[in-house]
Design a protein around this ligand. Structure first.
Ligand SMILES: Cc1cc2nc3c(=O)[nH]c(=O)nc-3n(C[C@H](O)[C@H](O)[C@H](O)COP(=O)(O)OP(=O)(O)OC[C@H]3O[C@@H](n4cnc5c(N)ncnc54)[C@H](O)[C@@H]3O)c2cc1C
Length: 493
């Protein structure tokens, strides 16, 4: 039986960032459990053609690990994966990693005041448990009637089948979200034809960006100050983007005009343009970046079907608009289970309640990180910790710093979140979210929990505001430790 002070589940950006923060806080009795055979999370699992980050690389990394070697403004997925491997080595975390070890269950043992983990590599107990299991991690496979009858290869974008013969074939792509708009231009180059099934179009703005030369990389390596200044500029640009994404009318109108002009300049056919124009407010769904998607869709290589897939019959895909399409392969770019995380089913807190039960009306927390009824538990990149306007890593770093701070102050006690603090934080989020476009923009987005209609994925503010909110947490979010049992009336032992 292994006992550690802190068990971290997941070794993507969040798990690695948490381990770094703990080590810096002097807590190094820790284990990182990762079910896959390597680290990287998102960037290990998503290997589709064209994969790259859509936040500038110099902002999409840990502040403590600037990387002068990125190939360009938007790094490829394989570079980001290598970066995370390098960070693990640079931080000396390799021997804290237990790869191929899935957490199958975690239960709070109230008598021993430890978390008891059932893992595929044996039992583990831990004083504190960090869930860094991801947010866009579990593929959402749509229940398409007849999917099992499809005669060719069919796979999710996050489980790319690199053995499937796609060159020269007729390929269907289901979905027009962030993954699809990177995949379609790549497939269009080699496929016989691509048929794209679009339920709802996205707002798409120009991506731009540079390819860095060797000389650029040498300059970055030679001048850490320049890299730091670049990150600060990118951070400020990101923060400024919040206004247009959240609901400031003037900023959103300006950004929407940019998106409309982008569409108009890349798609000449007015009918196709109309099909690609969203009917909901700018910012309501994640705003996407691409210079290649519209030209690909406008080309002869791609047919846009403005309809969901209704059913599949052998090699025929029948769309909800009645159109029929003969295809050789099908890519499901259908996103991820985001509001209902499977890990929540595995974790049992006080009162024998699972985290999924606690979250039956959508995720709740204090500080987007700690949860009432789940002592000494931290959830990273879970409730209200995502951003629509900047880098996820910034939020992960703030959460990891908060968790390390309270764990260091814990001095052996048990951290139990005051339910009133969780409720107040939830109310705060609801109030801040109420007038945003995520709530009022007339779209269905994955930031809002369909059960309660609450914004449960996104933090409805800037990164600065998140940092300030976490800095204001002074420990009063936790219940006082139970008083000692009175032995004699008026006196305690
Ligand atoms: C295609 C794609 C592109 C993206 N691009 C961007 C971008 O450009 N900018 C941005 O800010 N964000 C982007 N994101 C969001 C991205 O998910 C986050 O930025 C970040 O990588 C999340 O890190 P994470 O560690 O929270 O989750 P993940 O990277 O998903 O890592 C979670 C890890 O937990 C492991 N795990 C889960 N359950 C268990 C278990 N029970 N036991 C053991 N291990 C477990 C998983 O195997 C995984 O390795 C993108 C997401 C996707 C899918």
């Amino acid at each position: 039986m292994t006992h550690v002070e802190v068990a971290i589940v997941g070794a993507g950006f969040a798990g690695i960032g948490m381990a770094m923060s703990l080590q810096r806080a002097g807590i190094d009795d820790l284990v990182m459990l990762e079910r896959a055979p390597s680290v990287g999370g998102t960037w290990r699992d998503n290997t589709y053609p064209g994969i790259a980050c859509d936040v500038p690389s110099h902002l999409y990394g840990f502040a403590a690990h600037p990387n002068p070697s990125w190939s360009g403004t938007y790094a490829r997925g394989d570079e980001i994966r290598s970066y995370l491997e390098d960070v693990v080595d640079a931080e000396g975390l390799r021997d804290r990693l237990r790869l191929g070890s899935a957490m199958r269950g975690a239960r709070w043992d109230a008598a021993q005041e430890v978390w008891r983990l059932d893992t595929t590599s044996g039992p583990v107990t831990a004083d504190a448990l960090v869930l860094a299991c991801g947010r866009l991690t579990e593929p959402a496979i749509p229940s398409l009637a007849g999917l099992e009858t499809f005669t060719g290869p069919v796979f999710h974008s996050a489980r790319w089948d690199h053995d499937a013969p796609l060159a020269g074939r007729r390929i269907g792509v289901v979905g027009t979200g962030a993954s699809a708009i990177q995949i379609v231009p790549e497939l269009a180059r080699t496929a016989a034809h691509v048929t794209l099934f679009q339920r709802t179009p996205a707002w798409i703005v120009p991506r731009g960006g540079d390819v860095y030369s060797d000389a650029d990389r040498e300059d970055f390596a030679a001048s850490p100050q320049a890299l730091e200044a670049l990150r600060a500029d990118l951070y400020a640009e990101g923060e400024a983007r919040f206004a247009s994404r959240s609901g400031d009318s003037a900023a959103a109108a300006e950004a929407e005009a940019v998106a409309r002009a982008h569409l108009a300049s890349q798609v000449a056919d007015p009918e196709l343009r109309a099909l690609l124009t969203p009917g909901y407010a700018f910012g309501c769904k994640r705003v996407l970046l691409s210079d290649e998607f519209y030209p690909a869709v406008a080309s002869d290589a791609v047919t846009l079907v403005p309809s969901a897939v209704e059913r599949i019959d052998g090699s025929t895909i029948v769309a909800a608009d009645g159109s029929r399409h003969e295809l050789d392969a099908l890519v499901l770019a259908t996103g991820f289970a985001s509001t209902r995380q499977p890990y929540a089913e595995l974790v049992v807190g006080e009162d024998a309640q699972t985290l999924a039960e606690h979250w039956s009306g959508g995720m709740t927390s204090f500080a987007s990180t700690v949860v009432a009824g789940f002592p000494n538990l931290f959830v990273l990149n879970g409730p209200n910790a995502s951003l629509g306007h900047s880098s996820s890593v910034l939020m992960i770093e703030e959460q990891a710093a908060y968790a390390a701070r309270v764990l260091r102050r814990r001095s052996g006690g048990v951290l139990r979140v005051d339910p009133a603090a969780e409720q107040a934080y939830t109310d705060e989020i609801a109030q801040a979210a109420a007038s945003t476009r995520w709530m009022t923009g007339g779209c269905r987005n994955w930031y809002v929990d369909e059960r309660s209609g609450r914004l449960t994925l996104l933090w409805p503010g800037t990164v600065d505001a998140f940092r300030a909110r976490l800095d204001r947490a002074d420990g009063s979010e936790f219940l006082p430790e139970p008083a000692l049992t009175p032995l004699v009336e008026g006196r305690t032992a």
